[in-house]
Design a binder for this molecule. Structure first.
Ligand code: A2P
Length: 348
């Protein structure tokens, strides 16, 4: 089989730079690697293995001869350019929310629903970062004990909002420590770039990720609800979410409450998670061992701990789930989808 020509769209961004890293370690046979971004970055040089690659401005013709295009440059860029890539014969793995709920587009976490890839029509959607890590933790529970209900609260890192949001937080921290009052901290992006008001994240917690939508839930919260049902192919799962941005740079944490169909002991849950692909059990209160955002940085796995039974509900269990939002939540899940497609004979 010939080598695959790959394009990274949004190559200079928080996720794009991790996509490049993940491609450096991929088992896929790579041919040309093309790095695409906006006009602003054209001419910038980036390293890929021992090559220096010049970033090019994204145009429809960028996809001539490309087999695989990984997109992470925002929903409007995907809306316009993913069809251009498919028209030219590329398979697109899209990290934005633009195509996720399109019934003709598979939404895939390789540990959970790889078979959905067979239905693709050129575009595969990468789920929301918070959804992906929760799926890795919940799938072994669903498979062994059934899943009736999920209530999740997230503690999300700022890198999910991109490089500029990370810079905004760092500047606020510096200014606050230098004595600037909270009311004077510069906030132009968070909690949501497109919303009317902006608040500082430094030394704060913002219970808004993305804009508000139906029933006073945010769009991020709806993503977790709708994407879970689509990935698990089960509309009967009861699920609601509260998504919170905290001043962590990388690594999303989640407090997840689950009600199973069949009662399961905490030990039984720990055993199925310890065996699950992509999951690592970190759970030993006697040693103060539990997943931490800082420790997840740069790792592809999802870490699960603090597993304990609910005090009142017989089928209720609580978990703490942590993963690098830029890797399993975005870049690694995208490259992993491509590797899975290659192994299934769907790519190349
Ligand atoms: P650029 O660096 O040239 O602006 P992040 O998620 O960290 O904010 O990064 C967003 C990524 O998407 C960057 O690589 C950015 O490129 C890219 N991007 C943003 N707008 C466009 C566009 N209109 N066309 C192509 N790439 C874009």
């Amino acid at each position: 089989m010939r080598n695959l020509n790959v394009a990274v769209v949004g190559a200079t961004g928080a996720v794009g730079t991790r996509m490049i890293q993940m491609l450096e370690g991929t088992s896929l046979p790579l041919g040309e690697v093309k790095l695409l971004a906006s006009k602003r970055s054209a001419g910038k040089q980036l390293q890929f293995k021992n090559q220096t690659i010049t970033v090019e401005e994204l145009v429809p013709e960028s996809f001539e001869g490309i087999d695989l295009a990984l997109f992470s440059a925002g929903g409007s860029v995907s809306a316009k350019f993913a069809p251009e890539a498919v028209k030219r014969g590329a398979i697109v793995v899209d990290n934005t929310s633009h195509f996720r709920m399109d019934p003709t587009v598979p939404l895939v976490v390789p540990e959970v629903n790889p078979e959905a890839l067979r239905q693709h029509k050129g575009i595969i959607a990468n789920p929301n970062c918070s959804t992906i890590q929760m799926m890795v933790a919940l799938e072994p529970i669903r498979k062994n004990f059934g899943l009736k209900r999920v209530i999740v609260s997230t503690y999300q890192a700022v890198s999910g909002a991109g490089n500029e949001a990370m810079d905004e937080l760092k500047n606020q921290i510096e200014d606050y420590l230098a004595g600037k009052p909270a009311a004077e901290l510069k906030a132009e992006i968070l909690p949501a770039g497109s919303d009317k008001k902006h608040y500082p994240l430094a030394f704060n917690a913002l219970p808004q990720i993305d804009v508000f939508d139906k029933d006073d839930y945010t769009f991020e919260e709806w993503k977790m609800v709708n994407e879970t049902k689509k990935i698990m192919e089960d509309d009967t799962i009861k699920i609601s979410a509260t998504c919170v941005r905290i001043p962590v740079l990388v690594g999303h944490s989640e407090s997840v409450y689950v009600e199973t169909e069949k009662p399961a002991s905490a030990q039984a849950i720990k055993e199925v998670i310890a065996q699950a692909p992509g999951a690592i059990l970190e759970d030993d209160p006697t040693e103060q061992l539990y997943p931490q955002a800082l420790n997840s940085v740069g790792k592809k796995e999802t870490f699960v701990g603090r597993i304990r039974k609910d005090l009142d509900v017989e089928t209720g269990v609580h978990l703490w789930v942590v993963s690098d939002n830029l890797l399993k939540g975005a870049a690694w899940n995208s490259v992993q989808i491509a590797e899975k497609m290659y192994a299934m004979g769907l790519l190349g």
